[in-house]
Design a protein around this ligand. Structure first.
Ligand code: ZN
Length: 583
């Protein structure tokens, strides 16, 4: 490609709207332009990269036995109402009406249409297993679209859905996808880690996220550097703290319990400031309803209760009690709940492990504008069970070994779920099994953020001058830069360009009538991996400078007639690095 003919307008200034590095660089290097908040045009450079990512994904999905389809963007509301997600999905769902007033949504994910397809076409166990995937645009009405392609409202995704007869089959489908994803992200040059995750809005049981650690990532993950255990913040468990058994079995004494007046002081911050104690000296008592049963869950004032952990501990769905329930139970307005006296009202009392270590702490008095100080569990109120109830934090004990957890910011690039019958049951999607019985499909779903891969690569692979692309998804492989625009140097550059194209190296030649300084800046900004500089050394000793974008300060000089050979060898080497085990 001749740069003089390419739709390419680089920006020197950083656009004001962009905060993340990837957003800035993709705008500056002319990859994307915004049409509306979270809605982007993919310009020629971006589309070349995206087509390569799509190519890798398609190849590995096909190799795994999945079959490609293309489903509509527009879904009738009735399908989403069958699973309850028309309401559950909330404002993220882009809804629209046709001229007859019928409701539709723009698909943010395709479990409903694919399950509808399966219930129509798959009748017998003989048709199973089957895994269908598509690569298409998805829509989510994000409240705060951010970071360019990292969190867009319209984005390209690969989504796959597997249908199996039994758990064993689902396990195999899930594992096949896990393997395919590992190859896909390796081939894309992404330094990913696989973490355990909570199911969230999609539902189902086991699920894994493919995360890339990035300073500006919106997700949090915890990882044990000793054994490799990794989970997202929602899911991460922690070991019982050291010394827990000793404190639980020891006698609890302390100062005398006292009631203090705390007018209008409700939050941890307000109460701790008012009483001049640290937030870690308070215990938050949170009232939940679990399938009709009221439970009180306690965490230290400076900690955050993890509802998913509470739900898993109880084996039930949990919801925070409403104000009326709390007032009825405690005889006090919200903000003054405490554990004393709740046991007599039949409330189950659960406490986070950390509470076991606390003495003479502060709790709500179950009375308006009052708290109790010098409270001690065991002496003043019973605890039914200590458990891991809060979000894991930096330095917590790993649940699998003696190591400790580290917290990282990360970007999610892929997610694989075992859905089980989460969709087949409400949608009555069944097949007839070998034993003649009608059974629900066991489903899995598997997503990859195609456009997000592009921005994630830029987010984690760049320097002060621009993007550093892995060769597999770079818009081009080689970039020829003649420092003069006419004469001998230009002729040599043209010859190298033509020869590289014949040798199947995707190459750009900067044949624009620009100063060398401008050309170097643009070459580094776009970040094509192999740079071929046709400069003074050509005149001095008939040698061309070849360097890798990631290692610009280490150029090699090769005779003009060895350039193509050298570039081809570098190309092979860069591809081989992505799958080291196979080369
Ligand atoms: Zn560990």
């Amino acid at each position: 490609m001749r740069l003089s003919q390419m739709f390419f307008v680089s920006l020197r200034e950083v656009p004001a709207e962009a905060e993340l590095v990837s957003h800035k660089l993709l705008l500056r290097a002319c990859f994307i332009r915004k049409l509306a908040a979270g809605v982007y045009t993919y310009l020629p450079l971006a589309w070349r990269s995206l087509l390569k990512i799509i190519g890798i994904v398609r190849e590995e999905m096909n190799k795994s036995g999945a079959q490609e389809v293309l489903m509509p963007f527009i879904h009738p509301a009735e399908l989403w109402q069958e699973t309850g997600r028309w309401d559950e999905y909330g404002d993220l769902l882009m809804k629209l009406q046709d001229r007859q007033g019928r409701w539709f949504c723009l698909g943010p994910t395709h479990e409903e249409p694919i399950t509808d397809l399966a219930r129509q076409l798959i009748k017998s166990y003989r048709q199973l297993p089957i895994n269908l995937y598509q690569i298409a645009t998805k829509f989510r009405d994000e409240l705060r679209p951010r970071g360019g392609l990292i969190r867009a409202r319209e984005f390209i995704m690969k989504d796959a859905y597997s249908f199996d007869r039994n758990e064993e089959g689902l396990e195999q489908s899930f594992e096949a996808m896990r393997q395919a994803y590992i190859r896909i992200f390796r081939r894309c040059g992404l330094p990913f880690i696989i973490v355990e995750a909570e199911a969230g809005a999609i539902g189902g049981t086991e699920n894994l996220e493919f995360m890339v650690i990035a300073e500006n990532g919106e997700d949090r993950l915890l990882r044990c550097s000793k054994c490799g255990y990794a989970a997202n913040r929602e899911r991460a468990e922690r070991r019982k703290p050291k010394g827990f058994e000793e404190v639980v079995n020891s006698r609890r004494e302390g100062e005398n319990l006292k009631k203090v007046i705390t007018p209008n002081q409700r939050t941890v911050e307000e109460v701790s400031a008012f009483l001049k104690v640290k937030p870690s000296q308070l215990v938050k008592t949170l009232i939940y309803v679990a399938d009709g049963e009221i439970v009180a869950a306690m965490v230290r004032g400076d900690h955050e209760l993890n509802e998913a952990k509470l739900a898993r501990l109880l084996g039930k769905k949990v919801a925070m009690a409403d104000a009326a329930t709390i007032e009825n139970l405690t005889n006090a307005p919200v903000g003054f709940s405490g554990p004393l006296g709740l046991k007599d009202k039949g409330v189950k009392l659960l406490a986070d492990y950390d509470i076991a270590f606390m003495r003479d702490f502060v709790v709500g008095a179950n009375e308006a504008d009052a708290h109790l100080v010098n409270v001690n569990w065991g002496r003043d109120f019973p605890i039914d069970q200590f458990a891991d109830l809060r979000f894991a934090e930096q330095g917590d004990g790993c649940p699998k070994c003696e190591g400790n957890l580290e917290i990282h910011n990360a970007i999610e690039v892929g997610h694989i779920f075992k859905l089980g019958t989460r969709y087949s049951e409400p949608m009555k999607a069944t097949f007839v099994d070998e034993d003649g019985k009608e059974k629900f499909f066991l489903m899995g779903c598997y997503g990859i953020g195609i456009s997000r891969i592009l921005s994630t690569i830029v987010e984690v692979s760049h320097d002060e001058d621009g993007i550093i692309f892995p060769i597999s998804i770079a818009p081009f492989e080689g970039w020829v830069l003649p420092i003069e625009n006419e004469g001998e140097l230009m002729e040599v550059a043209e010859r190298i360009y033509a020869d590289l194209k014949s040798a199947n190296v995707e190459t750009v030649i900067d044949d624009r009538d620009e100063r060398a300084g401008v050309k170097f800046k643009d070459m580094d900004l776009v970040g094509v991996p192999i740079q071929i500089v046709v400069g003074r050394t050509v005149r001095e000793r008939s040698e061309v400078e070849i360097r890798l974008r990631r290692d610009r300060s280490n150029p090699t000089y090769v005779p003009i007639d060895k350039v193509v050979e050298t570039v081809c060898q570098l190309k092979r080497q860069l591809f081989a690095e992505l799958l080291p085990d196979e080369n």
